[in-house]
Design a protein around this ligand. Structure first.
Ligand code: ADP
Ligand code: MG
Length: 478
Protein backbone atom coordinates (compact mmCIF):
# COMPACT_ATOMS: atom_id res chain seq x y z
CA UNK A 1 0.00 0.00 0.00
CA UNK A 2 2.83 2.37 0.84
CA UNK A 3 4.16 2.85 -2.67
CA UNK A 4 0.88 4.03 -4.18
CA UNK A 5 -0.58 7.49 -4.22
CA UNK A 6 -4.30 8.19 -4.55
CA UNK A 7 -5.62 10.97 -6.80
CA UNK A 8 -9.19 12.22 -6.43
CA UNK A 9 -11.32 14.85 -8.17
CA UNK A 10 -14.94 15.50 -7.21
CA UNK A 11 -17.93 16.68 -9.20
CA UNK A 12 -20.42 18.03 -6.67
CA UNK A 13 -24.06 18.69 -7.50
CA UNK A 14 -25.69 21.31 -5.31
CA UNK A 15 -29.40 21.86 -5.78
CA UNK A 16 -30.02 25.60 -5.76
CA UNK A 17 -32.77 26.65 -3.38
CA UNK A 18 -34.83 28.73 -5.78
CA UNK A 19 -38.61 28.64 -5.38
CA UNK A 20 -39.22 27.74 -9.02
CA UNK A 21 -37.31 25.69 -11.57
CA UNK A 22 -34.40 26.85 -13.67
CA UNK A 23 -36.36 27.22 -16.93
CA UNK A 24 -40.01 27.12 -15.82
CA UNK A 25 -42.36 28.48 -13.16
CA UNK A 26 -43.11 25.08 -11.56
CA UNK A 27 -42.37 24.69 -7.84
CA UNK A 28 -39.20 23.00 -6.62
CA UNK A 29 -40.63 21.99 -3.21
CA UNK A 30 -39.53 18.52 -2.14
CA UNK A 31 -41.87 15.66 -1.30
CA UNK A 32 -45.01 16.48 -3.33
CA UNK A 33 -47.15 13.75 -4.94
CA UNK A 34 -45.31 12.43 -8.04
CA UNK A 35 -45.83 14.45 -11.21
CA UNK A 36 -47.79 17.29 -9.61
CA UNK A 37 -44.95 19.79 -10.01
CA UNK A 38 -43.89 19.34 -13.60
CA UNK A 39 -45.27 21.80 -16.15
CA UNK A 40 -45.26 21.66 -19.95
CA UNK A 41 -41.67 22.99 -20.06
CA UNK A 42 -40.39 20.35 -17.63
CA UNK A 43 -42.21 17.66 -19.59
CA UNK A 44 -40.56 18.82 -22.81
CA UNK A 45 -43.84 19.20 -24.68
CA UNK A 46 -43.54 20.54 -28.24
CA UNK A 47 -43.74 24.29 -28.72
CA UNK A 48 -42.66 25.36 -25.25
CA UNK A 49 -39.65 27.57 -24.60
CA UNK A 50 -37.36 27.68 -21.55
CA UNK A 51 -36.94 31.01 -19.69
CA UNK A 52 -33.89 31.32 -17.43
CA UNK A 53 -34.49 31.88 -13.69
CA UNK A 54 -32.57 35.02 -12.66
CA UNK A 55 -32.32 33.84 -9.05
CA UNK A 56 -30.42 30.69 -10.10
CA UNK A 57 -27.90 32.90 -11.89
CA UNK A 58 -27.55 35.14 -8.83
CA UNK A 59 -26.80 32.06 -6.70
CA UNK A 60 -24.17 30.75 -9.13
CA UNK A 61 -22.48 34.17 -9.14
CA UNK A 62 -22.54 34.21 -5.33
CA UNK A 63 -20.73 30.89 -5.28
CA UNK A 64 -18.18 32.02 -7.86
CA UNK A 65 -17.32 35.14 -5.89
CA UNK A 66 -17.02 33.12 -2.68
CA UNK A 67 -14.31 30.87 -4.17
CA UNK A 68 -12.48 33.80 -5.77
CA UNK A 69 -13.35 32.70 -9.31
CA UNK A 70 -13.93 34.89 -12.34
CA UNK A 71 -17.57 35.21 -13.46
CA UNK A 72 -17.90 34.76 -17.21
CA UNK A 73 -19.33 37.90 -18.81
CA UNK A 74 -20.92 35.56 -21.37
CA UNK A 75 -21.68 31.88 -20.89
CA UNK A 76 -23.61 29.45 -23.04
CA UNK A 77 -26.27 26.83 -22.32
CA UNK A 78 -25.76 23.60 -24.20
CA UNK A 79 -27.80 20.49 -24.80
CA UNK A 80 -26.36 17.26 -23.46
CA UNK A 81 -28.12 14.52 -25.41
CA UNK A 82 -28.84 11.11 -24.00
CA UNK A 83 -31.79 8.77 -23.74
CA UNK A 84 -33.31 7.85 -20.41
CA UNK A 85 -36.93 7.40 -19.27
CA UNK A 86 -36.69 10.16 -16.66
CA UNK A 87 -35.38 12.70 -19.19
CA UNK A 88 -38.47 13.72 -21.21
CA UNK A 89 -36.78 16.04 -23.71
CA UNK A 90 -34.06 13.53 -24.59
CA UNK A 91 -31.46 16.09 -23.55
CA UNK A 92 -30.40 17.93 -20.41
CA UNK A 93 -29.74 21.66 -20.58
CA UNK A 94 -26.29 22.26 -19.08
CA UNK A 95 -23.24 24.41 -19.71
CA UNK A 96 -20.28 22.91 -21.48
CA UNK A 97 -17.58 24.98 -23.12
CA UNK A 98 -18.38 28.29 -21.46
CA UNK A 99 -19.46 27.83 -17.81
CA UNK A 100 -20.67 30.75 -15.70
CA UNK A 101 -18.02 30.27 -12.98
CA UNK A 102 -14.33 29.87 -13.80
CA UNK A 103 -11.36 28.71 -11.76
CA UNK A 104 -11.35 29.25 -8.00
CA UNK A 105 -10.15 27.57 -4.85
CA UNK A 106 -11.01 26.59 -1.28
CA UNK A 107 -8.97 25.77 1.78
CA UNK A 108 -9.40 22.52 3.66
CA UNK A 109 -8.05 21.74 7.10
CA UNK A 110 -7.08 18.28 8.29
CA UNK A 111 -7.05 16.84 11.77
CA UNK A 112 -3.27 16.94 12.06
CA UNK A 113 -3.49 20.72 11.75
CA UNK A 114 -2.39 20.86 8.13
CA UNK A 115 -4.16 23.21 5.73
CA UNK A 116 -4.34 22.57 1.97
CA UNK A 117 -5.67 24.48 -1.00
CA UNK A 118 -7.90 22.61 -3.45
CA UNK A 119 -8.54 24.01 -6.91
CA UNK A 120 -12.06 24.31 -8.30
CA UNK A 121 -11.89 23.97 -12.06
CA UNK A 122 -15.31 25.43 -12.82
CA UNK A 123 -18.95 25.55 -11.77
CA UNK A 124 -21.85 25.55 -14.17
CA UNK A 125 -25.62 25.76 -14.15
CA UNK A 126 -27.78 22.90 -15.33
CA UNK A 127 -31.17 21.30 -14.87
CA UNK A 128 -31.79 18.08 -12.95
CA UNK A 129 -33.55 15.08 -14.50
CA UNK A 130 -36.63 13.31 -13.10
CA UNK A 131 -36.48 10.25 -10.90
CA UNK A 132 -37.12 6.60 -11.72
CA UNK A 133 -39.00 4.73 -8.99
CA UNK A 134 -38.26 1.04 -8.88
CA UNK A 135 -39.58 0.03 -5.51
CA UNK A 136 -43.36 0.38 -5.59
CA UNK A 137 -44.01 -1.15 -8.98
CA UNK A 138 -43.80 -4.86 -9.76
CA UNK A 139 -42.20 -5.50 -13.12
CA UNK A 140 -42.47 -1.82 -13.99
CA UNK A 141 -40.66 1.40 -13.30
CA UNK A 142 -42.44 4.58 -12.23
CA UNK A 143 -41.25 7.97 -13.40
CA UNK A 144 -41.62 11.07 -11.22
CA UNK A 145 -40.88 14.28 -13.08
CA UNK A 146 -41.21 16.67 -10.13
CA UNK A 147 -37.44 16.99 -9.97
CA UNK A 148 -37.07 17.57 -13.73
CA UNK A 149 -35.85 21.12 -14.30
CA UNK A 150 -34.68 21.72 -10.72
CA UNK A 151 -31.64 24.04 -10.83
CA UNK A 152 -28.26 22.50 -10.06
CA UNK A 153 -24.84 24.00 -9.68
CA UNK A 154 -22.22 21.44 -10.70
CA UNK A 155 -18.91 22.19 -9.00
CA UNK A 156 -15.93 20.43 -10.58
CA UNK A 157 -12.69 20.15 -8.64
CA UNK A 158 -9.15 19.75 -9.89
CA UNK A 159 -7.65 16.29 -9.24
CA UNK A 160 -5.98 17.82 -6.17
CA UNK A 161 -6.99 15.47 -3.38
CA UNK A 162 -4.66 12.70 -2.25
CA UNK A 163 -6.75 10.70 0.24
CA UNK A 164 -10.32 9.89 1.21
CA UNK A 165 -9.85 12.14 4.21
CA UNK A 166 -9.01 15.11 2.01
CA UNK A 167 -11.94 14.38 -0.28
CA UNK A 168 -14.30 14.34 2.71
CA UNK A 169 -12.80 17.56 4.08
CA UNK A 170 -13.26 19.21 0.66
CA UNK A 171 -16.85 18.04 0.30
CA UNK A 172 -17.59 19.30 3.82
CA UNK A 173 -16.04 22.65 2.97
CA UNK A 174 -18.18 23.09 -0.15
CA UNK A 175 -21.20 21.96 1.87
CA UNK A 176 -20.46 24.62 4.51
CA UNK A 177 -19.95 27.23 1.81
CA UNK A 178 -23.25 26.68 -0.04
CA UNK A 179 -25.11 26.76 3.25
CA UNK A 180 -23.41 29.97 4.41
CA UNK A 181 -24.31 31.49 1.08
CA UNK A 182 -27.90 30.24 1.47
CA UNK A 183 -27.91 28.94 -2.09
CA UNK A 184 -28.51 25.26 -1.20
CA UNK A 185 -30.13 23.63 1.84
CA UNK A 186 -27.41 20.96 1.87
CA UNK A 187 -29.91 18.20 2.66
CA UNK A 188 -28.03 15.10 1.61
CA UNK A 189 -30.78 12.61 2.40
CA UNK A 190 -33.10 14.37 -0.02
CA UNK A 191 -30.33 14.46 -2.60
CA UNK A 192 -29.89 18.25 -2.56
CA UNK A 193 -26.14 17.80 -2.19
CA UNK A 194 -24.34 14.85 -3.75
CA UNK A 195 -21.14 14.05 -5.58
CA UNK A 196 -19.40 11.87 -8.14
CA UNK A 197 -15.90 10.83 -7.10
CA UNK A 198 -13.18 10.34 -9.72
CA UNK A 199 -10.50 8.07 -8.33
CA UNK A 200 -7.16 6.83 -9.63
CA UNK A 201 -3.87 5.61 -8.19
CA UNK A 202 -0.27 6.00 -9.36
CA UNK A 203 3.12 4.86 -8.12
CA UNK A 204 4.61 7.37 -5.73
CA UNK A 205 7.01 9.64 -7.57
CA UNK A 206 5.42 9.26 -11.02
CA UNK A 207 3.94 12.36 -12.54
CA UNK A 208 1.41 10.84 -14.93
CA UNK A 209 -2.05 10.18 -13.47
CA UNK A 210 -3.38 6.66 -13.53
CA UNK A 211 -6.62 5.64 -15.28
CA UNK A 212 -9.59 6.82 -13.22
CA UNK A 213 -13.00 5.45 -12.47
CA UNK A 214 -15.97 7.62 -11.56
CA UNK A 215 -18.18 6.60 -8.64
CA UNK A 216 -21.62 8.10 -9.16
CA UNK A 217 -24.09 9.75 -6.84
CA UNK A 218 -22.62 9.61 -3.35
CA UNK A 219 -24.98 11.34 -0.95
CA UNK A 220 -23.17 11.09 2.38
CA UNK A 221 -19.66 11.94 3.62
CA UNK A 222 -19.39 8.45 5.07
CA UNK A 223 -20.27 6.80 1.74
CA UNK A 224 -17.74 8.98 -0.04
CA UNK A 225 -15.03 7.87 2.36
CA UNK A 226 -15.92 4.18 2.19
CA UNK A 227 -16.34 4.18 -1.59
CA UNK A 228 -12.89 5.72 -2.09
CA UNK A 229 -11.22 3.27 0.31
CA UNK A 230 -12.76 0.34 -1.50
CA UNK A 231 -11.97 1.70 -4.93
CA UNK A 232 -8.33 2.47 -4.11
CA UNK A 233 -7.73 -1.05 -2.87
CA UNK A 234 -9.48 -2.55 -5.86
CA UNK A 235 -7.33 -0.55 -8.29
CA UNK A 236 -4.10 -1.36 -6.45
CA UNK A 237 -4.96 -5.07 -6.48
CA UNK A 238 -5.53 -4.95 -10.23
CA UNK A 239 -2.29 -3.09 -10.91
CA UNK A 240 -0.20 -5.26 -8.61
CA UNK A 241 -1.64 -8.34 -10.30
CA UNK A 242 -0.32 -7.02 -13.61
CA UNK A 243 -3.71 -5.86 -14.92
CA UNK A 244 -4.99 -2.49 -16.07
CA UNK A 245 -7.75 -0.33 -14.58
CA UNK A 246 -10.67 0.16 -16.96
CA UNK A 247 -12.00 3.70 -17.22
CA UNK A 248 -15.64 3.35 -16.29
CA UNK A 249 -18.53 4.60 -14.20
CA UNK A 250 -19.20 2.69 -11.01
CA UNK A 251 -21.89 2.58 -8.33
CA UNK A 252 -21.28 2.29 -4.59
CA UNK A 253 -23.37 -0.24 -2.71
CA UNK A 254 -23.49 0.87 0.94
CA UNK A 255 -24.84 -2.49 2.16
CA UNK A 256 -21.96 -4.47 0.67
CA UNK A 257 -19.43 -1.64 1.04
CA UNK A 258 -18.20 -2.13 -2.55
CA UNK A 259 -18.29 -0.40 -5.92
CA UNK A 260 -19.70 -2.11 -9.03
CA UNK A 261 -19.31 -1.37 -12.70
CA UNK A 262 -22.19 0.56 -14.33
CA UNK A 263 -20.80 1.17 -17.80
CA UNK A 264 -17.36 1.27 -19.34
CA UNK A 265 -15.88 3.90 -21.62
CA UNK A 266 -16.79 1.92 -24.74
CA UNK A 267 -20.44 1.96 -23.80
CA UNK A 268 -20.25 5.58 -22.66
CA UNK A 269 -22.61 8.08 -24.21
CA UNK A 270 -21.54 10.48 -26.86
CA UNK A 271 -23.49 13.45 -25.62
CA UNK A 272 -23.29 15.45 -28.86
CA UNK A 273 -23.19 18.74 -26.96
CA UNK A 274 -24.29 21.81 -28.90
CA UNK A 275 -25.50 25.29 -27.89
CA UNK A 276 -29.21 25.29 -27.06
CA UNK A 277 -30.92 27.29 -29.84
CA UNK A 278 -33.86 28.07 -27.52
CA UNK A 279 -31.71 30.03 -25.06
CA UNK A 280 -29.76 33.23 -25.60
CA UNK A 281 -26.20 33.44 -24.31
CA UNK A 282 -26.14 34.38 -20.62
CA UNK A 283 -24.69 37.88 -20.40
CA UNK A 284 -23.83 39.11 -16.91
CA UNK A 285 -23.27 42.82 -16.32
CA UNK A 286 -20.48 43.97 -13.98
CA UNK A 287 -23.09 45.93 -11.96
CA UNK A 288 -24.99 42.72 -11.25
CA UNK A 289 -21.79 41.05 -10.04
CA UNK A 290 -21.00 44.00 -7.75
CA UNK A 291 -24.50 43.93 -6.34
CA UNK A 292 -24.09 40.21 -5.53
CA UNK A 293 -20.65 40.84 -4.03
CA UNK A 294 -22.23 43.37 -1.68
CA UNK A 295 -24.66 40.73 -0.41
CA UNK A 296 -22.03 38.15 0.60
CA UNK A 297 -21.98 37.16 4.29
CA UNK A 298 -18.77 36.50 6.21
CA UNK A 299 -17.53 33.28 4.60
CA UNK A 300 -16.32 30.13 6.39
CA UNK A 301 -12.63 30.77 5.68
CA UNK A 302 -12.85 34.42 6.73
CA UNK A 303 -14.61 33.35 9.91
CA UNK A 304 -12.04 30.62 10.43
CA UNK A 305 -9.14 33.07 10.20
CA UNK A 306 -10.92 35.50 12.49
CA UNK A 307 -11.42 32.72 15.07
CA UNK A 308 -7.72 31.85 14.81
CA UNK A 309 -6.65 35.47 15.26
CA UNK A 310 -9.22 36.70 17.79
CA UNK A 311 -9.57 33.54 19.86
CA UNK A 312 -6.17 31.91 19.32
CA UNK A 313 -7.71 28.67 18.03
CA UNK A 314 -5.86 26.13 15.88
CA UNK A 315 -6.77 25.91 12.19
CA UNK A 316 -8.44 22.57 12.79
CA UNK A 317 -10.60 23.75 15.70
CA UNK A 318 -11.52 26.93 13.85
CA UNK A 319 -12.39 24.85 10.78
CA UNK A 320 -14.70 22.54 12.74
CA UNK A 321 -16.39 25.45 14.53
CA UNK A 322 -17.08 27.31 11.30
CA UNK A 323 -18.43 24.28 9.43
CA UNK A 324 -21.88 25.79 9.82
CA UNK A 325 -23.04 29.29 10.54
CA UNK A 326 -25.19 28.01 13.41
CA UNK A 327 -22.25 26.25 15.08
CA UNK A 328 -20.06 29.34 14.67
CA UNK A 329 -22.69 31.59 16.22
CA UNK A 330 -23.19 29.20 19.13
CA UNK A 331 -19.45 29.05 19.77
CA UNK A 332 -19.06 32.83 19.67
CA UNK A 333 -21.78 33.29 22.27
CA UNK A 334 -20.12 30.80 24.60
CA UNK A 335 -16.69 32.36 24.02
CA UNK A 336 -18.02 35.78 25.00
CA UNK A 337 -19.32 34.33 28.27
CA UNK A 338 -15.86 33.02 29.21
CA UNK A 339 -13.70 35.87 27.95
CA UNK A 340 -10.08 34.94 27.55
CA UNK A 341 -10.75 31.21 27.59
CA UNK A 342 -11.90 30.55 24.05
CA UNK A 343 -10.12 27.19 24.03
CA UNK A 344 -12.32 26.07 26.93
CA UNK A 345 -15.41 27.15 24.97
CA UNK A 346 -14.12 25.42 21.81
CA UNK A 347 -13.42 22.16 23.65
CA UNK A 348 -16.89 22.07 25.13
CA UNK A 349 -18.70 22.91 21.90
CA UNK A 350 -16.66 20.39 19.87
CA UNK A 351 -16.62 17.77 22.63
CA UNK A 352 -19.48 17.36 25.08
CA UNK A 353 -22.04 19.40 23.18
CA UNK A 354 -21.38 17.89 19.74
CA UNK A 355 -21.21 14.43 21.32
CA UNK A 356 -24.60 14.85 22.96
CA UNK A 357 -26.14 16.26 19.77
CA UNK A 358 -24.80 13.36 17.70
CA UNK A 359 -25.96 10.85 20.27
CA UNK A 360 -29.52 12.08 19.84
CA UNK A 361 -29.33 13.07 16.18
CA UNK A 362 -30.17 16.70 16.95
CA UNK A 363 -29.16 19.91 15.23
CA UNK A 364 -27.34 22.59 17.20
CA UNK A 365 -30.27 24.97 16.65
CA UNK A 366 -32.40 22.51 18.56
CA UNK A 367 -29.98 21.89 21.46
CA UNK A 368 -31.58 21.55 24.90
CA UNK A 369 -28.58 23.42 26.32
CA UNK A 370 -28.47 26.90 24.81
CA UNK A 371 -25.24 28.80 24.16
CA UNK A 372 -26.14 31.09 27.03
CA UNK A 373 -26.67 28.14 29.38
CA UNK A 374 -23.39 26.51 28.39
CA UNK A 375 -21.64 29.85 28.88
CA UNK A 376 -23.10 29.94 32.40
CA UNK A 377 -21.72 26.48 33.13
CA UNK A 378 -18.24 27.31 31.85
CA UNK A 379 -18.16 30.46 33.98
CA UNK A 380 -18.44 28.18 37.01
CA UNK A 381 -15.35 26.26 35.88
CA UNK A 382 -13.60 29.54 35.27
CA UNK A 383 -14.33 30.91 38.76
CA UNK A 384 -13.41 27.59 40.41
CA UNK A 385 -16.91 26.81 41.69
CA UNK A 386 -16.64 23.37 40.06
CA UNK A 387 -13.93 21.32 38.35
CA UNK A 388 -14.03 20.39 34.68
CA UNK A 389 -14.92 16.84 35.65
CA UNK A 390 -17.90 17.81 37.80
CA UNK A 391 -18.97 20.15 34.99
CA UNK A 392 -19.60 17.13 32.81
CA UNK A 393 -22.07 15.84 35.38
CA UNK A 394 -23.75 19.25 35.57
CA UNK A 395 -23.92 19.39 31.77
CA UNK A 396 -25.73 16.04 31.59
CA UNK A 397 -28.27 17.28 34.14
CA UNK A 398 -28.77 20.50 32.17
CA UNK A 399 -29.21 18.43 29.02
CA UNK A 400 -31.90 16.41 30.79
CA UNK A 401 -33.75 19.62 31.58
CA UNK A 402 -32.90 19.90 35.28
CA UNK A 403 -32.26 23.64 35.17
CA UNK A 404 -29.33 25.96 34.64
CA UNK A 405 -25.80 25.37 35.92
CA UNK A 406 -26.20 27.22 39.22
CA UNK A 407 -29.46 25.43 40.03
CA UNK A 408 -27.95 22.01 39.34
CA UNK A 409 -24.77 22.75 41.33
CA UNK A 410 -26.82 23.98 44.26
CA UNK A 411 -29.39 21.18 44.24
CA UNK A 412 -26.83 18.40 43.89
CA UNK A 413 -24.32 19.99 46.26
CA UNK A 414 -21.57 19.89 43.68
CA UNK A 415 -19.75 23.02 44.74
CA UNK A 416 -16.01 22.50 44.71
CA UNK A 417 -14.15 22.25 48.01
CA UNK A 418 -11.53 24.98 47.96
CA UNK A 419 -11.18 25.32 51.71
CA UNK A 420 -7.56 24.34 52.36
CA UNK A 421 -8.32 23.15 55.88
CA UNK A 422 -11.05 20.79 54.71
CA UNK A 423 -8.87 19.32 51.98
CA UNK A 424 -5.97 18.88 54.39
CA UNK A 425 -8.20 16.95 56.75
CA UNK A 426 -9.13 14.47 54.04
CA UNK A 427 -5.48 14.15 52.99
CA UNK A 428 -4.45 13.37 56.55
CA UNK A 429 -7.07 10.64 56.77
CA UNK A 430 -6.01 9.12 53.45
CA UNK A 431 -2.37 9.08 54.53
CA UNK A 432 -3.25 7.53 57.87
CA UNK A 433 -5.34 4.81 56.24
CA UNK A 434 -2.66 3.83 53.73
CA UNK A 435 0.62 3.37 55.61
CA UNK A 436 2.12 0.81 53.25
CA UNK A 437 1.50 2.98 50.16
CA UNK A 438 3.05 5.88 52.04
CA UNK A 439 6.17 3.88 52.77
CA UNK A 440 6.50 2.73 49.17
CA UNK A 441 6.02 6.27 47.93
CA UNK A 442 8.66 7.63 50.26
CA UNK A 443 11.08 4.93 49.21
CA UNK A 444 10.89 6.18 45.63
CA UNK A 445 7.75 4.75 44.03
CA UNK A 446 6.65 8.12 42.58
CA UNK A 447 3.85 6.58 40.59
CA UNK A 448 1.85 6.20 43.82
CA UNK A 449 1.23 9.94 43.84
CA UNK A 450 -1.69 9.34 41.51
CA UNK A 451 -3.09 6.81 43.93
CA UNK A 452 -3.23 9.40 46.72
CA UNK A 453 -4.84 11.99 44.45
CA UNK A 454 -7.43 9.40 43.46
CA UNK A 455 -8.23 8.54 47.09
CA UNK A 456 -8.69 12.19 48.06
CA UNK A 457 -10.93 12.85 45.06
CA UNK A 458 -12.93 9.74 45.84
CA UNK A 459 -13.53 10.74 49.45
CA UNK A 460 -14.62 14.22 48.43
CA UNK A 461 -16.95 12.89 45.75
CA UNK A 462 -14.75 14.49 43.09
CA UNK A 463 -15.40 17.92 44.53
CA UNK A 464 -11.97 18.88 45.86
CA UNK A 465 -10.16 21.45 43.75
CA UNK A 466 -7.65 19.30 41.81
CA UNK A 467 -4.87 21.88 41.75
CA UNK A 468 -5.07 22.39 45.51
CA UNK A 469 -5.14 18.64 46.14
CA UNK A 470 -1.95 18.30 44.12
CA UNK A 471 -0.14 21.07 45.95
CA UNK A 472 -1.19 20.01 49.43
CA UNK A 473 -0.43 16.35 48.80
CA UNK A 474 3.05 17.20 47.59
CA UNK A 475 3.71 19.08 50.82
CA UNK A 476 2.30 16.38 53.08
CA UNK A 477 3.93 13.42 51.39
CA UNK A 478 7.43 14.81 51.19
P1 ADP B 1 -15.38 14.33 -17.66
O1 ADP B 1 -15.86 15.58 -18.31
O2 ADP B 1 -15.17 13.20 -18.58
O3 ADP B 1 -16.16 13.91 -16.46
P2 ADP B 1 -13.12 15.86 -16.60
O4 ADP B 1 -11.79 15.91 -17.22
O5 ADP B 1 -13.95 17.08 -16.63
O6 ADP B 1 -13.87 14.60 -17.18
O7 ADP B 1 -12.89 15.44 -15.09
C1 ADP B 1 -13.92 15.19 -14.22
C2 ADP B 1 -13.35 15.06 -12.83
O8 ADP B 1 -12.38 14.03 -12.75
C3 ADP B 1 -12.65 16.32 -12.33
O9 ADP B 1 -13.05 16.54 -11.00
C4 ADP B 1 -11.17 15.95 -12.39
O10 ADP B 1 -10.45 16.60 -11.36
C5 ADP B 1 -11.20 14.46 -12.15
N1 ADP B 1 -10.08 13.72 -12.73
C6 ADP B 1 -9.60 13.83 -13.99
N2 ADP B 1 -8.59 12.96 -14.18
C7 ADP B 1 -8.43 12.26 -13.02
C8 ADP B 1 -7.56 11.20 -12.59
N3 ADP B 1 -6.66 10.65 -13.39
N4 ADP B 1 -7.69 10.75 -11.33
C9 ADP B 1 -8.62 11.26 -10.51
N5 ADP B 1 -9.46 12.25 -10.86
C10 ADP B 1 -9.38 12.75 -12.10
MG1 MG C 1 -17.88 13.59 -15.25
Amino acid sequence: MMEWETVIGLEIHAQLSTKSKIFSGASTAYGAEPNTQACAVDLGLPGVLPVLNREAVRMAVKFGLAIGAPIAPRSIFARKNYFYPDLPKGYQISQYELPVVGRGQVEIELEDGETRTIGVTRAHLEEDAGKSLHEDYHGMTGVDLNRAGTPLLEIVSEPDMRSAREAVAYMKKIHALVRYLEICDGNMQEGSFRCDANVSVRRKGTEKFGTRTEIKNLNSFRFLERAIHFEVERQIDILEGGGAVVQETRLFDPDKGETRSMRSKEEANDYRYFPDPDLLPLDIEPAFIEQVRGSLPELPDEKKHRFMNDHGLSAYDAGVLTASREMAEYFEQVAVAVEGQAKLAANWVMGDLTGALNREGREITDSPVSAEALGGLLRRIQDNTISGKIAKEVFEAMWAGEGDADQVIERKGLKQITDTGAIEQVIDQVIADNPSQLEQYRSGKDKLFGFFVGQVMKRTGGKANPAQVNDLLKQKLS
